[in-house]
Design a protein around this ligand. Structure first.
Ligand code: NAG
Ligand code: NAG
Ligand code: NAG
Ligand code: NAG
Length: 602
């Protein structure tokens, strides 16, 4: 249009210039975006241009270093292309919710508003006292930088702002994101895992929801920074990026041992970045890592599962002898069925890996605890393998494990395994709900013990057995609720995993009991963790001595995950439907590719 008007006014010379400009533009476009995009991705790119937002298009990115220009000592060679082709029609994940009665809608909306109000209070304090810092300290209204000083709480909460409809706050936050300089870090070493799940996950999901160009610009800058973490001899990722050395391109040294979740939780974010940009390099990098896990899966000391510690230096994921599905390994497992969904079912590796681990985890980690009321539910323990190869089970549960109920629910739908939903996911989620409800404060401790029954079918309360169990535990205390032999770490640190599974199970089964449990958890947490400014970790949830002792600590996941899951639990089911989105381990929703119409369940 512009070119045409110039033509009429100024004659032939202008035509020449206009054509030249057009060629330069086309050349620029092709060299930056590539011409061939896998089917299904074109539409995403088109959307991006249609939705680019005028309000924020004038923003300029504060970027003192161009990570895309680093000359790698260890380039990847030929890239593995992100799977193309028509996504498989995966089964419907969410329950077909019937229309709501006006009374039910009224209660639900009132609850939703309370969650939103609490979020707003937190956000206002962050904005006032900790703006652009990584974390607000909720007791003193001081702030703290813990993840390179790139405003972790702000980036992590972007999509929550959007989902809650706080658009003015969102716009202001997007402008602040433009100011973040990924060419500068407040620490010499950058934590690959945390930066990936919180910052890159946060930017990508906020972009998926809002289509603001600046968010994609920043996601690419950060993605290229993280991509420099694969500039290693064997192309395996480092755990911490040496910031200065990474800029030089000289090559980084891979650490000798890391927890498995660290290299195992990079795949969704890098894959989504490749899907959105059409550049397969990010996907290529993580796919090499996931191949190492795939190859080792049958060769570990508990086949199907991976040990807590692995080495990316020697590409060893089989030798370790400590096993858990909670902290240190958790999201490695979580990402397998989620990658299957994110890739539209087009990578069979994730199908096989998911099914294998879910069967092995069920028979290794889950137990039915002996409870005074005889409730039929499951708790999560861990396992060690001794020199003889014997598996020694440890019935110690932690809050971090509570995510797994939701994973069985989701995978049960995706892979058509109803028993995973009803017999495992549901019972695991009820295990966490039970732990919340049993405590006099209504919150679950970080870490505790119960007594496993011999079998899941037959599990009667036996006072003598419980007394014996108590005596074996020096941590037992008379005030603990019956059934608990310890509360080894009695804190609640604003963690999301339990409400995460409650939310997922609610969306999947439609069962009201999950929404009620969500409300009980919310009221208990909102009460016990409240501070003048925001919400704080509680030091001991086993004693109802108000006000509860608190710690000056509020992680960015409180706003990114915990309050988002509570909000979604009380939102209409089409708000972030699990048929449209798959959430990363920091509760950031990524758009799922659309196959032919999703198959409806009847
Ligand atoms: C841009 O980043 C630098 C750090 O490299 C920071 O000092 C500066 O304040 C940022 N600019 C804005 C406008 O925030
Ligand atoms: C889970 O493991 C238990 C105990 O090993 C077993 O009885 C049950 O059949 C398993 N359930 C599923 C769905 O695999
Ligand atoms: C209860 O537990 C004790 C100690 O483990 C055991 O000796 C007893 O047989 C159990 N009672 C029943 C009824 O199972
Ligand atoms: C939390 O509940 C306790 C006990 O009911 C009450 O004393 C306290 O005032 C409540 N705290 C807040 C912040 O609502």
């Amino acid at each position: 249009m512009v070119a045409a008007r110039l033509h009429q006014r100024r004659g032939r010379r202008t035509v020449f210039i206009a054509i030249l400009v057009l060629f330069i533009f086309i050349y620029y476009y092709i060299s930056h975006h590539g011409i061939s995009a896998p089917p299904g991705l074109e539409s995403l790119r088109l959307e991006r241009h249609m939705n680019s937002n005028a309000d924020t298009s004038s923003l300029k990115s504060n970027c003192s270093f161009d990570w895309s220009k680093v000359q790698f000592k260890y380039p990847p060679g030929p890239l593995r292309q992100i799977p193309t082709g028509r996504p498989i029609s995966l089964p419907q994940v969410q329950y077909n919710f019937p229309p709501e009665t006006p009374a039910a809608a009224k209660t639900r909306e009132a609850r939703r508003r309370q969650v939103r109000d609490l979020f707003k209070k937190n956000w206002a304090s962050y904005r006032k006292y900790a703006w652009k810092k990584d974390a607000l300290q909720p007791l003193t209204a001081e702030y703290k930088d813990q993840f390179s000083g790139w405003a972790a709480t702000l980036v992590d909460a972007l999509d929550t702002l959007w989902i809650m409809g706080l658009r003015d706050e969102f716009d202001e936050a997007v402008a602040a994101v433009a100011d973040i300089d990924f060419g500068y870090s407040s620490t010499a070493a950058v934590n690959m895992f945390e930066v990936n799940i919180r910052y890159l996950g946060g930017l990508l999901s906020a972009y998926d929801l809002s289509k603001r160009d600046m968010l994609l610009t920043k996601a690419i800058e950060l993605g290229d920074l993280l991509y420099a973490g694969y500039n290693t001899k064997n192309r395996m990722p480092v755990d911490f990026i040496d910031f200065a050395r990474a800029k030089s391109g000289e090559g980084l040294a891979v650490e000798s041992g890391v927890v498995a979740a660290s290299p195992g939780t990079l795949s969704m974010e890098m894959t989504r970045l490749s899907q959105i940009t059409g550049d397969s390099k990010y996907y290529d990098a993580v796919s090499r890592v996931m191949d190492v896990f795939a190859k080792g899966q049958e060769w570990t000391k508990i086949p199907g599962l991976w040990p807590m510690y692995v080495s990316m230096q020697t590409q060893d994921v089989v030798l370790g002898s400590s096993f858990t599905i909670a902290g240190s390994v958790d999201s490695l497992y979580e990402y397998l069925p989620k990658m299957y969904a994110l890739l539209g079912g087009l990578d069979p590796k994730y199908d096989a890996m998911s099914k294998r681990f879910m069967e092995a985890a069920n028979s290794t980690f889950f137990f039915r605890p002996m409870l005074p009321g005889g409730e039929d539910l499951l708790m999560i323990g861990s396992a060690m393998v001794d020199e003889t190869g014997a598996v020694i089970f440890d019935p110690e549960s932690e809050h971090l494990g509570c995510f797994v109920g939701g994973v069985y629910g989701l995978a049960g739908r995706l892979f058509r395994r109803p028993e995973w939903v009803n017999h495992i996911g549901s019972k695991l989620t009820h295990g966490c709900i039970y732990a919340y409800r049993s405590m006099p404060t209504g919150m679950m401790p970080e870490r505790y013990n119960m007594i496993p029954c011999e079998s899941r079918e037959n599990c009667k309360w036996n006072e003598t057995a419980f007394d014996e169990g108590k005596r074996l535990r020096r941590e037992w205390a008379p005030h603990l609720p019956k059934g608990f032999t310890t509360a080894k770490d009695p804190r609640y640190i604003l963690r999301p995993e339990a409400i995460e599974s409650v939310f997922v199970m609610y969306r999947i089964t439609g069962r009201q009991e999950f929404q009620e449990a969500a409300w009980d958890m919310f009221t208990a947490i909102a009460n016990g963790t409240a501070t003048e400014y925001a919400n704080a970790a509680v030091l001991d949830v086993t004693k109802a001595e108000y006000p509860l002792p608190q710690e000056d600590y509020m992680e960015s996941f409180w706003l990114a995950e915990t309050l988002k899951y509570f909000y979604l639990a009380f939102s209409p089911p089409d708000v972030i439907s699990l048929d449209d989105y798959v959430l990363n381990t920091e509760a950031h929703p990524f758009k799922r590719p659309k196959g032919a119409a999703t198959m409806r369940r009847h």
